[in-house]
Design a protein around this ligand. Structure first.
Ligand code: BES
Ligand code: ZN
Length: 623
């Protein structure tokens, strides 16, 4: 495979220029001007008002000036914020009125907030409230929770939603420490991605402190009727009371995962590592909020088979939270490196066989989705300029990124590569870096020191080329080969479904089995599988998802009520959007999809709503 000529100029620039001034380091998804004035600390005081679905309060921003220009303004990112008052201060004690202007609203970026900064001013105090439809926030009625009695709210700041609940420089290049005072109704627990300062649960007043500088996309808050159970010395799980026992059993290996990650990549930098199981409308599998990973309840399979999610979010404690992508263009530095680290953790805790099954499922999926992606979307260094990053992000930065790191591991050998990666995390700790920074570090510390093993050209092909290079590693799984033999025997009619040897199959083997069946598949064949294995009723979210996808594709009507139930009970985008995509392929399916969605839409998170609106052409329909 050859590099696309149009990317050659990118490539030359990227290797020549590795500094914060290059166009590659520009964050096209922020209005802010951190190269002139840089916010370094935020003090929040917010009240959580469920009845109005808003947060109300004050943010005090401390900053330093990097520009000598005395007339420089501070430019912040906001989205749909109601800015009530802006004041400045030289000492953080006495405040004076300051003029500000809110720019026009861009559908992707929101509005800039430009604040006049007077001489010697080092603090800005902003009084504001959020909009009931703030893109980072989801407000759940009691009916949408497991407990059914109390409401619930949570934030999802990544990639550019922090600005919809805090006015700040919403760029991953800007790191801040923060303190927060959060007020909630009584008897609800507030949690943040920070240190919880011995609060009295129940009185509605909570204090948090984050001493390590973090990018804004890692700021997080959740409020609900939550219980806690320790998992180990530094680990524990929060969940709604009806879910806590199941979550505690499922995530029992978390402390072990931390230990192996530390052995591989150095000390964990964030103190505690807790998990928070969200209600089912959480749009992602997981979110690596520091000290407190947010996780989907669809991970609770009952047999630890979906805990790769935990390994993944934990891995972000090194790749992403410690060493952060400077722009969303460099997203593979967060996600690709994380998927690689996730697999290393899985291998240590559950063995190579399990790890290889996960790796193979991912690379098979990657091969499958590639043809459907535009040429420029098959590049790891994704171009998101002018695009909504929530919509532009694909599996490429994840799975191609992970394959690239595995390619380096296989080329240089584990010992060398492990040392390299460990040193990389130490070298760039608490910094935000571009792809060019990574390449320069790689050149100096791996390629240069071990000449003759991998050429710079092949590295650049991985990063800037479109598609999967020919030297890509191939995960191998004997377990999957055995599954394929069974599948063949069933398809050829030599073994009926009821006689297949599936007793020892894990979720991964089931997924591989279902995915390797030919499409279309006769309804009788679907029925035979269902009668033997009750797949329509599977409460493993990944297996159910795969099966229901096939049910729609093959007109297997017996499963339709379950399709509806599934779409009404989970809001995880990855699990629901392929089902809607499959439904819209026929007029009857589309009608069905719209009928289900009109009921489900009010329960989905804004991120999922945007995606499903597009799939169903929802614009203009009444919600
Ligand atoms: N940081 C991501 C989630 C994310 C990415 C949110 C981009 C918003 C924008 C998280 O670490 C992640 O990758 N989650 C995956 C699960 C993982 C096991 C691949 C997900 O949610 O599917
Ligand atoms: Zn991730």
């Amino acid at each position: 495979m050859r590099l696309q000529p149009s990317h050659n100029s990118d490539l030359d620039q990227a290797t020549l220029v590795s500094d914060s001034k290059s166009d590659f380091a520009r964050d096209f998804h922020s209005y802010s001007n951190p190269h002139q004035i840089r916010v370094n600390h935020v003090e929040l005081e917010l009240e959580v008002v469920f009845s109005e679905r808003v947060l109300k309060g004050v943010a005090v921003l401390s900053f330093e000036r990097l520009s000598l220009d005395r007339n420089c303004s501070l430019i912040l990112d906001t989205r749909d914020l109601n800015v009530i008052k802006v004041e400045g201060s030289t000492d953080g004690l006495t405040y004076f009125a300051t003029s500000f202007s809110l720019g026009s609203r861009d559908p992707i970026l929101g509005s800039s907030l430009t604040i006049q900064i007077m001489d010697n001013c080092s603090y800005i105090r902003i009084e504001y409230s959020t909009h009931p439809n703030a893109s980072a926030l989801q407000w759940l009625d009691p009916a949408q929770t497991a407990g059914k009695i109390q409401p619930f709210m949570f934030t999802q700041s990544q990639p550019i939603h922090a600005r919809s609940w805090i006015p700040l420089q919403d760029s991953p290049q800007v790191r801040i420490t923060y303190n927060a005072k959060i007020r909630t109704p009584q008897n609800l627990l507030a949690l943040m991605s920070a240190e919880n300062q011995a609060n009295e649960p129940g009185d509605g007043n909570y204090n948090f402190q984050m001493e390590q500088p973090v990018p804004s996309y890692l700021m997080a808050l959740a409020v609900g009727d939550l219980a806690f159970r320790p998992l180990g010395g530094r680990t524990g799980v929060y969940a709604e009371k009806p879910v806590i026992e199941k979550a505690w059993l499922e995530f029992a290996d978390t402390e072990k995962m931390m230990e192996v990650a530390e052995q591989l990549y150095g000390p964990y930098s964030w103190g505690r590592y807790d998990l928070l199981v969200l209600p089912p409308s959480f749009p992602w599998g997981g979110m690596e909020n520091p000290r407190l990973t947010f996780i989907t309840p669809t991970a609770l399979a009952g047999d630890k088979s979906l805990v790769a999610l935990v390994a993944h979010e934990l891995a972000h404690s090194w790749s992403g939270n410690l060493v952060t992508n400077a722009t969303w263009r460099d997203f593979w530095l967060n996600e690709g490196v994380t998927v690689y680290v996730e697999r290393r953790i899985l291998e240590e805790v559950y063995g190579r066989e399990r790890e290889e099954m996960e790796a193979l499922l991912a690379s098979e999926n990657l091969e499958k989705i590639l043809p459907g992606l535009e040429e420029q979307d098959r590049i790891m260094h994704i171009d998101l300029k002018g695009r909504d990053p929530d919509e532009g992000i694909t599996r490429i930065p994840y799975d191609k990124g992970a394959l690239f790191l595995r390619y380096l591991e296989e080329t240089f050998g584990r010992d060398l590569f492990d040392r390299f990666l460990r040193d990389y995390f130490t070298h760039f700790a608490f910094q935000s870096i571009t792809t060019a920074d990574f390449i320069n570090y790689l050149k100096e510390n791996l390629l240069g020191k071990n000449p003759g093993l991998a050429s710079l050209e092949s590295v650049l092909e991985w990063i800037y080329g479109s598609g999967i290079p020919l030297n890509a590693p191939q995960p191998k799984s004997d377990a999957f080969k055995r599954v394929e033999v069974q599948a063949d025997q069933w398809l050829q009619g030599t073994t009926p479904a009821s006689k297949l040897e599936t007793a020892s199959w894990t979720t991964h083997e089931w997924l591989h089995f279902l995915r390797c069946l030919p499409q279309p598949l006769d309804v009788e064949k679907m029925l035979e599988l269902d009668e033997a294995f009750h797949l329509t009723q599977s409460d493993n979210a990944e297996i159910a998802h795969q099966w229901l996808l096939m049910a729609i594709r093959n007109n297997y009507r017996q499963a339709y009520p379950r399709v509806e139930e599934f779409l009404l009970s989970t809001g995880r985008r990855k699990l629901i959007s392929p089902l809607y995509q499959e439904l819209v392929k026929t007029p009857e399916g589309k009608r069905k999809g719209i009928a289900i969605y009109s009921q489900a839409r009010p329960t989905y998170h804004p991120v999922a709503v945007t995606t499903i609106d597009n799939i169903l052409d929802w614009n203009g329909k009444i919600s």
